[in-house]
Design a protein around this ligand. Structure first.
Ligand code: ATP
Ligand code: MG
Length: 143
């Protein structure tokens, strides 16, 4: 399934739906990538794959965490606006990160060492036009 190349938003969502099937309760998925790389689209796909209506999934840029009830609870987080990991701690993020739901995290590096060691790190990169490369990174987000 990965690495993958997609050429539309719909294709990235479809990939997310397929990836959802391989996520166990408690999975934490870090979504790395630049602005507009498709992290939110991929998150919508994963949420859809877990039974959440993707139309209800919106970017948690200002609220930091959105919660959805799917086959498993889905926690969608976005670190873009955070300056310090403590902002997530104040929201009780450890309950989510070490709970039985699935966490999907945009701008995950902003959470610093709050990310659990078994976090799955995915990276989306722009590859011209509507093309995106999506790949698995190493443990702890390494290459
Ligand atoms: N292959 C593709 N996969 C995903 N999105 C695509 C693709 N091609 C074009 N797009 C467009 O790129 C944009 C991706 O937006 P999205 O909100 O998912 O990015 P993001 O990585 O979450 O950015 P941000 O860091 O701002 O949250 C959308 O406007 C989408 O329509
Ligand atoms: Mg986004």
């Amino acid at each position: 399934m990965l690495p993958a190349t997609t050429t539309s938003e719909a294709e990235t969502r479809a990939l997310g739906e397929r990836l959802a099937a391989s996520l166990a309760p408690g999975a934490v998925v870090a979504l790395h990538g630049d602005l507009g790389a498709g992290k939110t689209q991929l998150a919508k796909g994963v949420a859809a794959g877990l039974g959440v209506d993707p139309a209800t999934v919106s970017s948690p840029t200002f609220t930091l965490i959105h919660e959805y009830a799917g086959a498993l609870p889905v926690y969608h987080m976005d670190g873009y606006r955070t300056k310090r990991p403590e902002e997530f701690l104040a929201l009780g993020v450890e309950e989510y990160l070490y709970g039985d739901g699935v966490c999907l995290i945009e701008w995950p590096q902003r959470l610093g060492n709050l990310l659990p060691p078994d976090t799955v790190h995915l990276e989306l990169t722009h590859a011209g036009g509507d093309t995106r490369h999506i790949r698995l990174r190493g443990a702890n987000g390494g290459p």
